[in-house]
Design a protein around this ligand. Structure first.
Ligand code: ZN
Length: 242
């Protein structure tokens, strides 16, 4: 069974009544609930735990890590960022959610600012599937609508995705690349846009389906870790037999 660690800051849910009203037990609890319903083996970890809950042992037992952060990206210890980074290169999947676009780990993996335009206006958001052959699009049909969300608009300063699965349109008129796939080393990375802390998007069946599909897609590399050799002997080749 695929082992998932759901990581969030878990700060605004404790400090801001408007956020606590939507996610009284924390955003991580609701993301974890959706993934357990999809039959994944799920644990949670949050910023204020020792090592942010992301020790070497936890990461060694994690096939896919999901990441939600917003107001405290700078408090994430560089040692932990390095640990997560090397696990991704070694094959751990990473699902970066919403304002996680500005997390240290996502910016490190992308190598760009990951800046975007945003507006907390409760826009209606329509998510369109633009790659129906991709596993993350399974069971989504043409897409789905969120009645109220924060707007994220282009330009989103990320490298061109290896595969773009979803595009968002907002009632203000903006568009955004909202479901982006990347590979780094042997690790698969998916950025997924919805999930502002004052909207209940992580309870929405379409959002839950995307996250579950993304976890299944990102779980574990299929090939072995390559061996690195300096000046290896040329491999013996079979004779063609003539
Ligand atoms: Zn937000």
């Amino acid at each position: 069974m695929t082992r998932v660690t759901v990581w969030t800051e878990y700060r605004q849910e404790r400090n801001d009544p408007a956020v606590a009203a939507v996610y009284p037990d924390g955003i991580h609890t609701i993301i974890a609930e959706g993934l357990r319903d999809a039959d994944f083996d799920v644990r949670t970890a949050t910023l204020d735990e020792p090592d942010h809950g992301l020790t070497d042992d936890v990461l060694a037992e994690t096939d896919v890590l999901t990441w939600w952060g917003h107001v405290a990206h700078g408090e994430v210890d560089d040692v932990v960022v390095e640990r997560v980074h090397s696990r991704v290169l070694d094959g751990m999947g990473l699902i970066v959610l919403h304002s996680g676009h500005h997390s240290k780990i996502f910016k490190r993996l992308m190598g760009t600012t990951c800046d975007l335009n945003w507006r907390e206006s409760g826009d209606r958001e329509r998510l369109w599937v633009v790659d129906p052959a991709h596993p993350i699009a399974e069971s989504l049909g043409e897409g789905f609508t969120l009645d109220a969300e924060e707007m994220y608009g282009e330009h989103f300063d990320v490298p061109a995705p290896d595969r773009l699965v979803l595009i968002s349109w907002f009632s203000g008129g903006e568009v955004f690349r909202s479901g982006c796939c990347y590979e780094r080393g042997r690790g698969r990375i998916f950025y997924f846009r919805p999930g502002h802390e004052t909207h209940p998007s992580y309870r929405h069946p379409g959002v839950r389906r995307v996250i579950a599909n993304a976890v299944a897609w990102a779980a574990g590399p299929k090939g072995n870790a390559p061996e690195r050799r300096d000046r290896p002997e040329a491999p013996e080749m079979e004779s063609s037999g003539d």
